[in-house]
Design a protein around this ligand. Structure first.
Ligand code: ADP
Ligand code: MG
Length: 322
């Protein structure tokens, strides 16, 4: 069986936020320490992601836009052992099929950079001066797929989804300095100092940061790390509950239930504690291939994940005055 067939089919690109998510993941996979995202018109009009990662060799540039031409999954066994963010090799291909794309890239070893432009069937490649790293500019999102365009919401809400995607990435990668500009205005900037608390302060605000309790807990080879914060009257949803599995943002009822259960016997105002928790488990213990956008996951052992988070938070809470 072909590796490509083993990978769950599914469109990863359904709105500007999914484009941004894929591009940012590529930058992270390329080892970038600085990632800047700029959007205009909610991202429908214009998206630009600039990174200082490895860059792409000229001979690989065109290849990167071919479906399943990923440089990341080569053999069947790799699927049970996914460690990079991207693994389907279809993001760039899908984006280029539906939008106008410009890529500007240079590796450390190259003196001159490469400009590659895809506009429908037309492609164009040339020398271009640029720093080491990659800039991808996406214009006119879905201009040639009206069916998809129809499902886009108002620019404001598309832009909000883009912001949310960048916030998750900034929380998952405190060692990366993120900058987000929306219609020319800086909306988010993280220092990339490697401290989760710094990222939390920028993304989730002062109240969370000032009241954050540190979680760091191991059970066998599984571990959970991060920050939790007691509920507040100002917060009436789970929107500040951020769970990551091996640095990948997920939505999981198991994780939410474990967090909330751990707070059960503490004196609380409001119902929803907030958190930024990263669960580290072996790649084979979690199936990230159930959902095209990789947001929903299936755990091989739900109970052990519940216990890990529950006891991790309980232990942290027990050692604090709350
Ligand atoms: P995947 O991430 O699943 O491999 P993509 O379509 O997202 O597939 O990217 C295709 C390939 O292009 C990647 O495997 C990588 O080799 C290259 N690439 C994409 N974006 C970048 C980037 N920002 N920096 C370096 N290489 C990149
Ligand atoms: Mg990718």
């Amino acid at each position: 069986k072909q590796v490509a067939e083993l990978i769950a089919a599914g469109e990863v690109v359904e709105r500007p936020a999914s484009i941004v998510k894929e591009l940012v993941e590529n930058s992270i996979d390329a080892g970038a320490k600085n990632i800047t995202v700029e959007i205009k018109g909610g991202g429908v009009q214009y998206i630009r992601v600039t990174d200082n990662g490895s860059g792409i060799e000229r001979e690989d540039v065109a290849n990167a836009f071919l479906r399943h031409a990923t440089s990341k999954v080569r053999v069947e066994e790799d699927l049970g052992n996914i460690r990079t963010m991207g693994f389907r090799g279809e993001a760039l291909a899908s984006i280029a099929a539906m939008c106008r794309v410009d890529l500007l890239t240079r590796t450390q070893a190259d003196v001159t950079g490469t400009l590659y432009r895809i506009d429908g069937e037309e492609t164009y490649l040339d020398d271009a001066g640029c720093p080491v790293g990659t800039t991808i500019t996406v214009r006119d999102v879905f201009y040639n797929t009206p069916a998809r365009m129809k499902f886009l919401k108002k620019d404001v809400s598309e832009g909000n989804s883009v912001a949310a995607a960048i916030e998750k990435a900034a929380l998952a990668y405190p060692q990366v300095a993120f900058k987000f500009l929306r219609d020319g205005m800086v909306k988010l900037q993280t220092p990339g100092d490697g401290k989760l608390l710094s990222a939390v302060r920028c993304v989730l605000g002062k109240e969370f940061a000032d009241n954050a309790i540190h979680v760091s807990y191991m059970e066998g080879i599984n571990r959970v790390d991060g920050l939790i914060c007691k509920p507040s009257i100002a917060r009436s949803s789970r929107s500040m509950q951020n769970f990551f599995i091996n640095c990948r943002y997920v939505r999981s009822k198991t994780c939410m239930a474990a967090l909330e259960e751990s707070y059960r016997n503490s004196i609380m105002v409001g119902r929803f504690p907030s958190c930024v928790l990263n669960v580290t488990i072996p790649p084979y213990a979690v199936d990230v291939n159930v959902h095209p956008a990789k947001i929903e996951v299936r755990f091989a052992d739900e109970r052990s994940i519940f216990n890990l988070i529950y006891y991790g938070c309980k232990t942290a809470l027990g050692t604090q005055d709350i």
